[in-house]
Ligand binder design. Structure first.
Ligand code: PLA
Length: 452
């Protein structure tokens, strides 16, 4: 059964990917492909023309491109609130003390070598990652029906999961929230999965469009994949309540929809690792199947180390074993096996109860600082008498505030105040400090009073 689907012929697979991508990108300028005519314009034998002459300049990534623009700005007051990257009160990137300590231990351990990891990554890291998201007492783990593979941070985990589903799952449709993290549609479309949206955010209430969500998932075809943000929804900062999660679970299970959780912010929403895993755990507790992509970029501050995990919770140990064997076939031709360093840091911290404790304290401190920035920004706008109801700044959770500022107001703030953010009006609260709040509040005040 598995073998037949695993061996897609290269041309049908390539065609499917291409057509999914073209469908998805219709009207989008972010990736531009050459037309048939222009793609053969340059001849390899020509002395003057590059064989790449036909290639068009692609636009920058909507999130990471904000940092590119910020880096070019010489202004001393510039502020990058684009990418979700934690900064200290001094505006500096933070390496957690517990991470430094783990790294020191690794460096001092002369028995450590640099051999390749297995295709699925570091065994300890995988076990501990599953425990972290599913809970130490998870029956699924105890029953040996979870397979976990180390991947390249959250993005890599999503991509491996998507490639696996594309090869081995019978439904090639995924429903993702509207709006969602900008990379989600591309990750799935490029894996050959058709991307559809379900209603999630209601701009009028700046809250969850729960009715819309239930209607859209209710009319999804049976078996469709559904992407769920485990907590701290990006970009809106709006999560379902525990009661709403329960309703979502019941609806999805009744229609055999397959949950694919993206857990990029465990610990960042509430400051508590267990509370932030609640949504995932209720889906695992019912005995059903799901996928979970985990990232340690934010909660351990390991952004550039690219450390994450994909867990697939299956019905039986036997299925989990076969799923893992196929995940290896996805990973091996992509990057062979994952990097050692970041996963070793995480494994050290998760394994040692003192270090784990220290981590939770540092994580809570980051989450609390972000929450205090929300209050400071809200107060600053109220003090300025800025028109509008800004209470969503303190109600939303996680790294971001979805301000409601429009594209023009965002460009105005960038041009006049050197404040960089994504064009959808999302700001990274983690990039703010007490010193920069007044500058941001001045900019928002000017933007909303001068421009519609
Ligand atoms: N999933 C969600 C919901 C995210 O917000 C991000 C990162 C990822 C996955 C992937 O993170 P990772 O691969 O680094 O683990 N989103 C960031 C960065 C923080 C980015 O866009 O790459 C953001 O600013 O939205």
């Amino acid at each position: 059964m598995h073998g037949g689907k695993a061996l897609l012929s290269p041309s049908s697979s390539a065609d499917r990917r291409l057509s999914a991508l073209v469908r998805h990108l219709e009207g989008s300028s972010s990736i531009v492909m050459g037309s048939k005519d222009s793609s053969i314009a340059a001849s390899p034998t020509s002395a003057r023309n590059s064989v790449f002459e036909h290639i068009l300049q692609a636009s920058e990534d909507p999130i990471l491109g904000v940092t590119v623009a910020y880096n070019k700005d010489p202004s001393p007051v510039k502020l990058n609130l684009g990418v979700g990257a934690y900064r200290t009160e001094e505006g500096k990137p933070l390496v957690l003390n517990v991470v430094r300590r783990a790294e020191q231990m690794l460096v001092n351990d002369n028995s450590r070598v640099k051999e390749y990891l297995p295709i699925v990554g570091l065994a300890d890291f995988n076990k501990l990652s599953a425990k972290l998201i599913l809970g130490a007492d998870s029956p699924a783990i105890q029953e040996n029906r979870v397979t976990t593979v180390q991947c390249l941070s959250g993005t890599g985990s999503l991509r491996i999961g998507a490639e696996f589903l594309s090869r081995h799952y019978n439904q090639h449709i995924i429903y993702i929230p509207q709006p969602t993290w900008g990379n989600h549609p591309k990750v799935f479309a490029l894996s050959g999965i058709t991307v559809k949206f379900y209603r999630y955010y209601d701009p009028a209430t700046r809250g969850l469009d729960f009715q819309g969500l239930l209607e859209d998932l209710g009319s999804a075809p049976s078996g469709a994949i559904v992407l769920l943000h485990a907590c701290a929804h990006n970009p809106t900062g709006v999560d379902p309540t525990p009661q709403q999660w329960e309703q979502i679970r019941q609806l999805m299970r009744s229609k055999a929809l397959l949950p694919f959780f993206d857990s990029a912010y465990q610990g960042f929403a509430s400051g508590n690792l267990d509370s932030d895993a609640h949504s995932v755990r209720i889906f695992v507790a019912d005995g059903g199947e799901c996928l979970v992509a985990q990232s340690y970029a934010k909660n351990m501050g390991l952004y550039g180390e690219r450390v994450g995990a994909l867990s697939i919770v299956c019905r039986t140990p036997d299925v989990a074993g076969r799923v893992e064997s196929q995940l290896k076939l996805v990973i091996r031709p992509m990057y062979s096996n994952p990097p050692l360093h970041g996963a070793s840091i995480v494994a050290r911290i998760l394994k040692d109860s003192n270090m784990y404790q220290e981590w939770t304290v540092e994580l809570k401190a980051m989450a609390d600082r972000i929450i205090s920035m929300r209050q400071k920004l809200f107060d600053a706008l109220r003090n300025r008498g800025t028109p509008g109801d800004w209470s969503h700044i303190i109600k939303q959770i996680g790294m971001f505030t979805f301000t409601g500022l429009n594209r023009n107001q965002v460009s105005f703030m960038t041009e006049e105040y050197h404040i960089y953010m994504t064009s959808d009006g999302r700001i990274s609260m983690a990039g703010l400090s007490s010193k920069t709040v007044p500058h941001l509040a001045d900019a928002i005040h000017a933007a909303v009073t001068r421009l519609d």
